[in-house]
Design a binder for this molecule. Structure first.
Ligand code: GAR
Length: 190
């Protein structure tokens, strides 16, 4: 199962996937390419560390969505990778129908809340400010509705009385690092 990862940030979830692959815990999954829309994103440093191709890919002209010329560049570059799965691991852009159609049924996203609660930006902070007692993370299929596609799996995190936003954030990230590779391993066996 050929996996392409898209990310905009530090890449801790991409790292979790690559570590799972290295440890033989990714089933038939193999990361073949990492792309980032941010030229200095930490996720790109994983390429050299894990021996995987990693590149910045210009997503302009828009800042918060993937559409127009940027979308066309992404479709062409990802099609060349012949992926079975495209993983959005902290890729902070709204995906539009052109990209969805090009990889129909193959795009999955990781979100740091128990969807359908707290979609959109800062899922952990939203749950924290609302006083949620249970939050967590979700892996779901990507559709045109932001954070609204069918759920593949979730992991719950209890918010304890002694938690701060920082400790809760660390717990949700740890849950993500376990959930996403496990989902990919399972998908690779089906
Ligand atoms: C993750 O917490 C992921 O759930 C979130 O970005 C972070 C990326 O971290 N994604 C979203 O909020 C998407 N709506 P990472 O770069 O360390 O993997």
């Amino acid at each position: 199962m050929r996996i392409v990862i898209l990310g905009s940030g530090r890449g801790s979830n991409a790292r979790a996937i690559l570590q799972a692959q290295r440890a033989g815990r990714l089933g038939r999954g193999e990361v073949v390419q990492i792309f980032s829309d941010q030229p200095d994103a930490g996720i790109l440093q994983l390429g050299a560390e894990f021996g995987v191709s990693a590149a910045h890919l210009d997503a302009s002209p828009f800042k918060t969505k993937l559409e127009g010329e940027g979308e066309a560049r992404y479709i062409k570059a990802i099609q060349a990778c012949a992926p079975d799965v495209v993983v959005l691991a902290g890729f902070m852009r709204v995906i539009k129908p052109g990209f969805l159609d090009a990889f129909a049924g193959k795009i999955i996203n990781l979100h740091p809340s128990l969807l359908p609660s707290f979609p959109g930006l800062d899922g952990i902070g939203q749950a924290w400010r609302r006083g949620a007692k249970i939050t967590g993370c979700t892996v779901h299929h990507v559709t045109a509705e932001v954070d609204g596609g069918p759920i593949i799996d979730q992991a719950a995190v209890r918010v304890e009385a002694e938690d701060t936003l920082e400790t809760l954030t660390a717990k949700v990230h740890a849950a993500e690092h376990a959930l996403l590779p496990a989902v990919l391993a399972r998908l690779s066996e089906t």
